[in-house]
Structures are given as C-alpha cells and as structure tokens.
Design a protein around this ligand. Sequence first.
Ligand code: FUB
Ligand code: ZN
Length: 659
Amino acid sequence: MTVTSPDTTAVGGRPVVPSRGALRPLGQDEVRITGGFWRARQDLNATASLPHARSWMDRLGWTGNFAAAEPDATAAGRRGREFTDSEVYKLLEAMSWEVGRVPVGGAGNQTTVALEDQIKELTEAIAATQAPDGYLHTAFGRPGQPARYSDMQWGHELYCTGHLLQAAVARARNGGGHADPLLAVARRAADHVCDTFGPDDRFGPGGTPGICGHPEIELGLVELARLTGEQRYLDQAALFVERRGHRTLPPHHFGWSYFSDDQPVRESTVLHGHAVRALYLAAGAVDVAVETGDDELLRAVAAQFDRTLARRTYLTGGMGSRHTDEAFGDDFVLPADRAYSETCAGVAAIMLAWRLLLATGDGRYDEVIERILYNVVATAIGDDGRSFFYAHTLHQRTLTTALPEDEEQLGFGGGPRAPWFEVSCCLPNAARLLAGLSCYLVTADDTGLRLHQYADAEISTCLIDGREVGLQVRTDYPDSGTVTVRVTKTADRPWSITLRVPQWAAGAELVTTYGRRHVPAGDIVVYRTFAVGEEIRLELPMRPRFTAPDPRIDATRGCVAVERGPLVYCAEALGGDTDLDTLRVDHTVPPVDTEAGVAPASVTIRARFDAPGREAWPYGPPEPDTSHAVAQTKPLDLVPYHRWARRGPSTMRVWLPTT
Ligand code: FUB
Ligand code: ZN
C-alpha cells in the first residue's frame, strides 16, 4: 500500500491518521472532554503547565537558541543539552493540540488566542534558523559548532527533526491547515532528511551510519506522509526502520541495545534497551507496517509488546527498570524501589498501544492505555501543574523533601515532583498528550462507535457509511464505575455502540431500555436503531482488590498491591510518621472503601507494623510467619498512587509485604 491520498481536510486534529486499520480515529472536532478527571487535568495543562514550560524554556535559552534575527550570532553561545530543540517542538505540539481543544471563538479562548500568538512567534524563530537546504538544528552545523551529523549516536539531530514534524502535523490538523508556515518548515526539513539519508546506505563520503541514536524521526515522517501524501517521507521512514539493528552506530559501553541498534526490529522478541528509544521505534515501525502493508513487521512489534507487557512492565503500566541507562530490565526485573518508569516511556507506550489498537482493534490495548494514563501520566503532574515526576518510583524509602521552585534538578529518581529538570523531556511530552487526549476516547469501526476510555464527553461524528451520530457520556469514573451513554444524534437504521468492560470488572452490568444484564470482560456491542435520548448505562464494580505479582518478579514476591478500578493504590506515610518498611498486610481481609461516596476514594486494609529488624547485622534465622495474626492488625488507609507526594514530605510504597 502507498500513501496516495493526502489528508486534504487537515482539520479536526488527531495524532495518528492511518490509511488502513480496524478502527478509524476521531478528532478533537468530533470528541470533546467536558468534565471530570481528565478535563480538570486538561485545563491545568493549559493554564499552568504550558506557561510554566514556556517560561523555563525561555529562561534557560532553549527557545532563544532559535534566533529570529541573526541566526549565526547564537551558534557558539547556544544553551542547553543537544536535544533541547525537541522540547520546544513538543511544547509547540502541545500548544497546537490546545488550540484544537479550545478553538479561537470558543469558551476559554483567551488562552487560545495567546497560544496562537506564541505558535506564530516560535514558528518565525524556527523558520529563521532553518538553513537554506532545509537542515534545522541549533547545536550543529553553524560556525563554532560541530559539523552536521558528526555525532549520529548522541547528536539527536534526527530525533529533534522528528519532533518538529509531529509538531507541524499537529499544527496543520488543529487549524493551521496545509498552508501553515510551520508545516512549510517541516516539509523543507523532511526533504533535507530524505535527500541526505535516502536509499544510499551511508550518509556522506565519510560513511556516517544513516540512523539517529534516538528513534523518533520515523514517527514524524510517516505522519507527515499521511498529511501531505508525500510517498518519499514514508519510504524514508521505512528505510530508517530497516537500517536499525545492524550495529552501524559506534560501540558504546551501554551497548548497541541502548540505541535500538543491536537487532533488526522484525527479529526482536521483546522491547529492550533504552525504554523511550525502544518504544518510539516500535510505534514508528507500526506506522510503517500499516502504511506499507507489512503485516510481518506489524505482527513482530505486536508480539514484542505482548511480551514486554507480560514480563517487563510495572503494575502502573510504567516501563524501564534501570536507572543507569534508562532501560528495560531483563524479564521480571521490576524492583519497586528502583523503578525508573520515565514519564516519557509512559507517553511512548500509549503511542504504541494506540497505534496497535487502531491497526488491530484489539481492546486489550485500551486497558494498557488506561493503566498508564491513570497511574503514570496522572501521577506525573503536580497539583499546581508546575512540577512533575521524571521517574516514577513505586517505593519511596526516604522522606521526600520540598524542592526550590527556581532550581533545575539533576537527578531524576524518587520524589517529590520537581519544577524542572536539566533534562525536561517529560513535561512537554505529557502536555502534548493531555492537550489532545480527547482523540484517545472513541473510534469508529465498521458498524458504529467504540468507546475506549470513559470520561464526560460530547461526541458528534459520521459513521463510516456517512450517517451522522452523536453521544453524550456522563460519568464520575474512576471514582464511580457508572458510565451513562446518551444518544444525541442517530440514524434510522441500526448502528452499534461498543463499550469496554475491563478485565478487573467481574460482575459488570449493562442497563438498556430492554433491561439489565451481566456482561463479561471485553467488548460489549449494542447494535440497533437507537432513538435520540436513549441511554445505555454500564455499571462497573469498583470494589477494591488485592493484586499479587508473578512469583518470578523476585523483588515483589510475598507482597500484594491494592487496586480499585484502573487505579493502583499506595501506602503513604506523611512526615515519615510510620515506618512503611516494617509493614505487614493481612491480605485475607479484603480491602474496602474507607468512606463510601467520598472522592478521591481512599481504601482501607488491615496491617501491622513489626518492630524494626536487627540492629547490627540485618540477617539471622528465619522468624515464624505470623502474617495471619489478624488480632495484631489495625486499619491502614491507602491513597491512589497518582495522589502520592502531594501533601508534604512522605514515604510511600505500592507493594505491601504479607509475610
Ligand atoms: O534523549 C532524549 C530524552 O532524554 C530521552 O527520550 C529521555 O529518556 C531522556 O534521556
Ligand atoms: Zn522524559
């Protein structure tokens, strides 16, 4: 299959517009989140996180590296790491999603008008920095800087270009249209990439290997191909995917796997190496596979993701358990207190799962996306929208300490959330996802609409056969498990509304005008000629539950965690008032809601705190197992993991020992 029909409408932003697949994504003009859990976070993103990110990027010179007036003047004095251009592009992408979410003329459009101005201003600066041949990166190629593509391993040039292309596509699809100046910049940059890294095996006479140490360009090129209909962008992306894995980048002590260059994509069996790199590459490979009809590649990546989910993923959906190289660990190496689980890896895993969902229609990916959204993305951002987690530990042993508002943090692990990091890839990444989140709620399939994520929403779209339909969704999810779907526009022939019953929701019920019935986990299809005003109600039991780890995860053997609906819970000791490391849980007594009807719901379990262990030497003979001594336990309240580190210094743990 080739990309022959450009997305001529270029409106109604959606992040991914595949030309084939089981599901058709809907855009921001068709789905709006109107209230609830995610709307609050979208608003915070718009009013706090975007301006916060902008002010740090200005202050640190990352935006200033793009020189509007005198491009060469800043070359030597460029500030920040070699990938900071990408943060500006991600911010631009997030701003573009936000403009699409609240279009000019709509409610709240003062923010949008200001964002429009910023997008234009940044676009001008970026365009002024672009070389006449289309090359664009602020750290290479100008007087006083290293030569272009002289450091393919670490230079991040193509990585940054990939983010530029994604930003430009987002801008075009959220009001900018095909004539937008940022899209023109992106096309010139993409043409330059194709001219430079095209079908010849090597770049330049020196034989520099033609792949970037950080995948990302693949995603940008395919989406630009989808938007513009330009076949060479897709061909180039496919070439980059095929070139990977042949160890053409220079050797490094992290190994070729760090750069996703140790094994061809279609030969790998599991995601490995640097987590964000591996996930971006896998997502790009799915895009290539879908557009080229390469089902072998699609199956290979789907199998890798399956195995990664089965063996290399934290309960929260987080990925990456090695701090040194930000990498996936081996199978079942998932230590709670060393969880890396970078926010960007969460965003990237959602990108991959979403592409696989669209391609295959397999609802398992919905649950993966939901798990990561509620337990990584929602955890990442502080209540003020101006602080964030880079890494997501599952066990904070030492008391978190407040961080100054005006200092960049150098270390990434543990809490609390920091206002900014020297490497601040995560905030703009979460921001672009949150701003465009309504795109991940609903799709169209052959017969109707499929609801993938539950949130208050208004949906208005056309079915594949052109009939206009509309839905209104009302829910307090995930505080409550009741989701009411009301038909607001319908057609005079049957069509389907498909709802998702998560695996954890045993005992779920569906209520329609024809009565109430139990529904199993999986996709529930209601197919008929709906009337306007007709309601379907899904009731998902939100009883808290204990969850046990696979025994092969040594680090958490003998522990349980608590979940309620899609939320993972944790024990948090404010001020370190309790030693969570001596905690023992009685898991024979099921967890209960602490106070029914109060949100956010805390959950109560029974636990005891043992006397601290041995003083001089932490080893000795085994002690008798008294874990079931219910009499010694007392109630312990747990909070949703995404709420931790919001109420002052604390220690925290997700996995709770039972013995
Ligand atoms: O290298 C650019 C970004 O910085 C990566 O995606 C993150 O993991 C962080 O290392
Ligand atoms: Zn990051």
